[in-house]
Design a binder for this molecule. Structure first.
Ligand code: ATP
Length: 234
């Protein structure tokens, strides 16, 4: 579904991602893991078109989308839930969700998607008219994920959805990832809780210093191996 070849990205003179290759098969959950500064967020932002690439190609659904603007990638079916759950604090939950459908014009379908998402996130259903800024961190993360789903993506990109959350909220958010996959949506995930990420992922790519240092089935990597990959011990 997603095929990334030779992707390099720089911030000014500093290269953060060095010519990486990876693929995401339709219907799977794929995780990018690695320590701070490994280049995970940068990779996600290049795929959704938020950051320009130095080199490489991104193919999605068999088509080359390398030079498409971010909003055209959203229309093709890629949604990005950014790091740090940037909800619009002064807007209601409903308004936040409707914003996620900005590329769509099918009002009746948008309304039915709102109903569907409140079934997936019951806690939001009860708070549709509440200002998003008054929700807990975990609830705001649910809003950010639900807003991403409002564009009806076939690929949902999630950047550290559990960051800063209490332990039981972490479990809830990670369960949501499995629910999303069960609906047939492919997920590309960056997650600090690497052990949990391995458990729910079909495939894992380990990044270090802007390169992929290992890839394999989530179930095949144990936590000791993972630590070694992070630290560069082979
Ligand atoms: P983290 O978990 O800390 O977010 P990451 O794996 O997502 O780590 P990136 O945020 O992609 O890593 O950062 C990769 C490299 O690019 C790091 O060396 C980082 O310092 C650098 N970098 C990231 N954002 C910027 C920026 N806006 N300007 C300059 N350098 C940046």
């Amino acid at each position: 579904m997603l095929d990334v070849r030779g992707l390099s990205v720089s911030y000014g003179p500093i290269r953060a991602v060095h010519g990486i290759d990876f693929t995401v098969e339709r219907g799977t959950v794929v995780s990018l893991v690695g320590g701070n500064g490994a280049g995970k967020s940068t990779t996600l932002m290049a795929i959704s078109g938020i950051l320009p690439m130095d080199t490489g190609t991104v193919r999605f659904g068999g088509e080359d989308i390398t030079s498409l603007r971010p909003e055209l990638r959203v229309r093709r079916g890629i949604a990005h839930v950014p790091e740090g759950r940037r909800v619009f604090a002064g807007m209601s939950v409903r308004e936040n969700l409707v914003l996620g459908a900005y590329c769509r014009h099918d009002r009746a379908e948008i309304a039915s998607d709102l109903d569907r998402l409140t079934a997936l996130f019951p806690v939001l259903g009860r708070r549709m008219n509440q200002m998003a800024g008054t929700l807990s961190g975990g609830q705001q993360q649910m809003v950010a994920i639900a807003r991403g789903l409002m564009s009806r993506p076939s690929l949902l990109i999630m950047d550290e959805p559990t960051m800063g959350l209490a332990p039981q909220m972490i479990d809830l958010v990670l369960d949501t990832v499995s629910d999303i996959r069960a609906q047939g949506i492919t997920v590309l995930l960056v997650e600090q809780n690497a052990v949990e990420a391995l458990r729910l992922s079909d495939r894992v790519y380990v990044m270090r210093l802007g390169r992929i240092v290992h890839c394999g089935a989530g179930a095949d990597i144990d936590s000791d191996q993972l630590k070694a990959f992070y630290m560069g011990v082979d």
